[in-house]
Design a protein around this ligand. Structure first.
Ligand SMILES: Nc1ncnc2c1ncn2[C@@H]1O[C@H](COP(=O)(O)OP(=O)(O)OP(=O)(O)O)[C@@H](O)[C@H]1O
Ligand SMILES: [Mg+2]
Length: 396
């Protein structure tokens, strides 16, 4: 059986299927850092479409004189058991930016990194006094009384200061904020986005890439880059598409040539996986080289192994509250519902439904478009429907 990665493999180079389009595009937006123009980028796309892998690959490919940083907000959210705060995000950003100044022979990088080490410890102990840190960049840190303001100002100015103090050796800083939709769990995501906006506006060499499993029309996307959102449409925004039929075919040929399809079988395989590498990989790992997959074989295998193919969803599902699960299964059952229809079908209060819907939208599980709610992901609903058909009830 093939052994394709289900997560982001540590050996990105080995497993990355060279789909140049996305990379070339993002690189060209980042190239302007060399001319002191910093683009801000927002990449949306459904779960498993290949966002994180593409960005990891991008960071590996950027030249030495561009520093890079990557944080995943869903990890922070998980570590904090759902109590995410602005301070934690700032702290993670600073730690990560700092570790990107790899401890190499470069004395400038080393010097900055060492001075910041103590500071990070200080922040962990909630001592927000950065007076000494100012000397790292030869600038004083203004005397601000509010701790979060001090911390955020320091962190937000940090990357540009590094570029400025490098005297041309470092051209820019690229910061990836993955699963950014979890920022929706903060008390005021708007304030957080506006904060970033207010600093990026003044910085010529720092590009942020926000990405997450959320639809182009989600509330978080609007708050970040909608007309009335913090960046007011000024971010370069695009949606990542899955592999096309042709790319899927080539990918299979290159990576799992031992799996044989008839033409109709391959067509059906594409229909089942909709070109999402996450599903292509997990489906392939369940397939055998001793079978010729025609349409019926693919369908049979798909339903037989759906739980393994949709493995990501099994984990996400089990992390949801009963109320969240109820809302999702009601939507799966009814395909899509308006607010009034949904309320009627659920037996908890309107405010509870509202609260849960916000959570589900932020997690990229539910879509709200033209006043209609539905389940965002086709694989999640297929898996749930199949479980219901098989067992008579939705998984607990
Ligand atoms: N270009 C690629 N070549 C080969 N495999 C890929 C490629 N892109 C993604 N994959 C595989 O597909 C799976 C999903 O990719 P990835 O985690 O990047 O998706 P994602 O959009 O970030 O999903 P999520 O929203 O769940 O974080 C991973 O197992 C990864 O190994
Ligand atoms: Mg991802």
């Amino acid at each position: 059986m093939p052994n394709l990665p289900l997560g982001i493999p540590s050996n990105v180079e080995k497993y990355f299927y060279n789909r140049k389009n996305g990379l070339v595009k993002i690189k060209s937006f980042l190239n302007t850092l060399n001319q002191n123009v910093a683009n801000q980028i927002l990449i949306t796309g459904n779960r498993g479409v290949r966002k994180s892998f593409l960005l990891k690959k991008l960071l590996l490919e950027l030249p030495e004189d561009i520093l890079t940083s990557y944080i995943d907000i869903s990890n922070l959210y998980g570590i904090q058991k759902g109590n995410l705060t602005e301070e934690q995000i700032m702290q993670a950003l600073l730690e990560n930016m700092n570790s990107s100044l790899r401890n190499d022979d470069d004395t400038l990088k080393k010097k900055i990194q060492n001075s910041i080490k103590d500071l990070i410890l200080q922040i962990k102990n909630k001592e927000y006094d950065f007076k000494d840190a100012g000397s790292v960049f030869g600038v004083g840190i203004p005397d601000i009384t509010d701790d979060y303001q001090k911390l955020s100002k320091f962190v937000m100015e940090y990357p540009q200061k590094i570029v400025d103090s490098s005297k041309g050796k470092i051209k820019g800083f690229v910061i990836v904020i993955d699963e950014f939709q979890f920022i929706g769990e903060l008390e005021s995501p708007e304030a957080f986005f506006w904060l970033i906006r207010s600093f990026t506006q003044k910085q010529d060499n720092v590009s942020y890439i926000f990405t997450g499993s959320t639809s182009t029309t989600s509330e978080m996307v609007n708050k970040l880059n909608g007309i009335t959102g913090a960046f007011g449409n000024r971010m370069i925004q695009f949606n990542l598409d899955p592999f096309t039929k042709k790319e899927t075919k080539n990918y299979l040929k290159e990576r799992v040539n031992e799996i044989k399809f008839t033409d109709e079988g391959l067509k059906r395989f594409y229909k089942c996986t909709i070109g999402y590498p996450a599903y292509i990989n997990s489906f392939c790992n369940m397939m055998s080289s001793s079978i010729l997959y025609d349409e019926n074989e693919v369908i049979h295998e798909f339903y037989q192994k759906l739980e393994q193919i949709a493995v990501k969803w099994v984990t996400i599902w089990s992390s949801l509250s009963n109320q969240e699960k109820d809302i999702i299964s009601t939507l799966v059952e009814n395909k899509s519902l308006k607010w009034n229809e949904l309320i009627k079908k659920l037996d908890f209060s309107e405010s509870t439904v509202r609260k849960n819907l916000i959570k589900l939208k932020n997690k990229g599980l539910i879509n709200h478009h033209n006043k209609i709610y539905n389940v965002e992901d086709y694989m999640l609903s297929s898996w749930l429907k199949n479980e219901k058909d098989k067992n008579g009830f939705y998984p607990s």
